[in-house]
Design a protein around this ligand. Structure first.
Ligand SMILES: NC(=O)c1ccc[n+]([C@@H]2O[C@H](COP(=O)([O-])OP(=O)(O)OC[C@H]3O[C@@H](n4cnc5c(N)ncnc54)[C@H](OP(=O)(O)O)[C@@H]3O)[C@@H](O)[C@H]2O)c1
Length: 346
C-alpha cells in the first residue's frame, strides 16, 4: 500500500486525483489539504465522493510524513514550499508548472517570474509516461505536464521522431472551463463564459515551451506554435494540428509511425474510422478516462497532414497521467485505478 497525501485537494486537479485514488486498490489516502475548507469533509467540495470517503480536509500546515505527496497547487506555488515538502515524502508528483521545464532560464522567460528553487529542476522527470517510462520508474520526483502540452506532444511525437513532417506546426487548441481551475474570475462568470468561442491565447501559450523541450531532441528544426480558444465545455481538450508532410509521405507511413510508437500503449488509441459518428477523436466520450485519442487526415489538395488529438484535461491531462506515473514508480501495472472506459451516451 502507498500512503499518499494531496497538497491542494480542493481544486479541480486535486479533486480528480481524490476520485481516482479513492478507487485505487494500492493506495491509502492519508491527508488532503485545503486552507479554505480545513476541518470540513471532502464530500462538501466533491459531492461525487459521498459515501466513497469520510476524509476531512487538513490545513497545509498539518501535513505529516507520507510515502508519496501529490501537489496540485496553482502554478508558481510549489517551488515556495518544495524544500520543506521533500522532507515529508520520499516521492513527489507535482501537477503544476514549476518543475516541468528543465532550464531555469526557459521557465523564467515563459512564466515571467524568478524560479525560487532552481536546484531541484533537474531532479524532476517530465511526466509524459509514453516518452519517459524508464526514467519515471527510477525517479523520486515527477513533474505533471500541462494538458495542452500532453495532448500535443503525444499527437506529434511519432511524426517528429519518424521524420515525416517539416516546417511550421500550428496547434489549434479548444479549451474547457475546468482548465482555469476552481477560483472564479470575471471571465469565468456564467454570463461571460456561457456559450463562448473566445480566442483566449492566439499566440504565446506557455505550454509551447514544454512541447519544444520534449520534441526538439527528435528534430533540429522544430517550429511550433499554439493558438488556444476557450469554448463552452466543462471538461475536455481538443487539438487540431496543422502540419506539412515531407514530400512523398503517405498515409500508410503515418499509420506505421503511430503503430510503431503506440501499438502497445494502454492509454493511446488511434481513431480514424471510415464510418460512424465518432470518426475522429472527440473529448466528449473521454470524460473521466485516461485515454488520449489521436486521429489524422492527409489533405492532398492543400498538402497538409492534419492531426486531431483529444483528452480529458483533468485525467490524461493531469490527475490520471500522474496516477499512471505513480503506478510505474511503485511497480504496479500502469493501468491500475485507471480502467474506467468512459460513458456513452453522455
Ligand atoms: N485544471 C486543469 O485542467 C489542469 C490541467 C493540467 C495541470 N493542471 C495543474 O494542476 C495544478 C492545480 O490546478 P487546478 O486547476 O486544480 O487549480 P485550482 O482548482 O485553483 O486548485 C488549487 C488548489 O491549491 C490550493 N491552494 C491555492 N493556493 C494555495 C497556496 N498558496 N498554498 C496552499 N494551497 C493553495 C487550493 O485550496 P485552498 O485555496 O483552499 O488552500 C486548491 O486546493 C496547477 O498547477 C495546474 O497547472 C491543471
Amino acid at each position: 500500500m502507498i500512503n499518499t497525501s494531496i497538497f491542494g485537494a480542493s481544486g479541480y486537479a486535486g479533486g480528480e486525483l481524490l476520485r481516482i485514488l479513492t478507487g485505487h486498490p494500492k493506495v491509502k489516502i492519508q491527508q488532503v489539504t485545503s486552507r479554505q475548507f480545513a476541518g470540513l469533509p471532502v464530500s462538501l467540495v466533491n459531492p461525487n465522493l459521498r459515501k466513497k470517503t469520510d476524509l476531512v480536509f487538513s490545513h497545509p500546515d498539518q501535513l505529516k510524513k507520507c510515502d508519496l505527496l501529490f501537489i496540485a497547487l496553482p502554478n508558481g506555488e510549489s517551488m515556495k514550499y518544495m524544500n520543506k515538502l521533500k522532507t515529508l515524502a520520499k516521492k513527489v508528483i507535482d501537477l503544476g508548472a514549476d518543475y516541468r521545464l528543465r532550464e531555469q532560464v526557459t521557465f523564467e522567460n515563459w512564466y515571467k517570474q524568478k524560479h525560487l528553487n532552481p536546484e531541484m529542476l533537474k531532479k524532476f522527470v517530465y511526466g509524459v509516461v509514453e516518452l519517459h517510462r524508464d526514467e519515471i520508474k527510477k525517479s523520486s520526483y515527477v513533474a505533471g505536464p500541462g494538458c495542452e502540452a500532453t495532448v500535443s506532444i503525444l499527437s506529434l511525437y511519432p511524426l517528429v521522431k519518424h521524420n515525416l513532417i517539416e516546417g511550421k506546426i500550428i496547434i489549434d487548441a479548444k479549451m474547457s472551463s475546468s482548465q482555469a481551475g476552481l477560483k472564479p474570475s470575471l471571465s469565468s462568470h456564467h454570463p461571460e463564459r456561457s456559450g463562448v468561442v473566445r480566442s483566449y491565447m492566439p499566440s504565446g501559450h506557455r505550454h509551447t515551451a514544454e512541447i519544444i523541450q520534449e520534441l526538439s531532441p527528435f528534430s533540429d528544426k522544430l517550429d511550433v506554435a499554439i493558438s488556444a480558444t476557450a469554448i463552452d465545455m466543462v471538461r475536455g481538450l481538443l487539438v487540431t494540428i496543422h502540419t506539412i508532410p515531407k514530400n512523398g509521405v503517405t498515409e500508410k507511413e503515418v499509420w506505421k509511425a503511430y503503430r510503431a510508437e503506440y501499438g502497445n500503449e494502454p492509454f493511446i488509441r488511434i481513431v480514424k474510422e471510415r464510418q460512424g459518428l465518432y470518426r475522429f477523436p472527440e473529448p466528449k466520450i473521454l470524460q473521466g478516462t485516461n485515454f488520449c485519442d489521436i486521429g489524422f487526415e492527409m489533405d492532398t489538395v492543400s498538402k497538409r497532414l492534419v492531426i486531431i488529438g483529444a483528452i480529458d484535461n483533468l485525467v490524461k491531462g493531469t490527475a490520471g497521467q500522474a496516477v499512471q506515473a505513480m503506478n510505474l514508480m511503485y511497480g504496479y501495472p500502469e493501468e491500475t485505478g485507471l480502467e474506467f472506459p468512459g460513458l456513452h451516451p453522455i
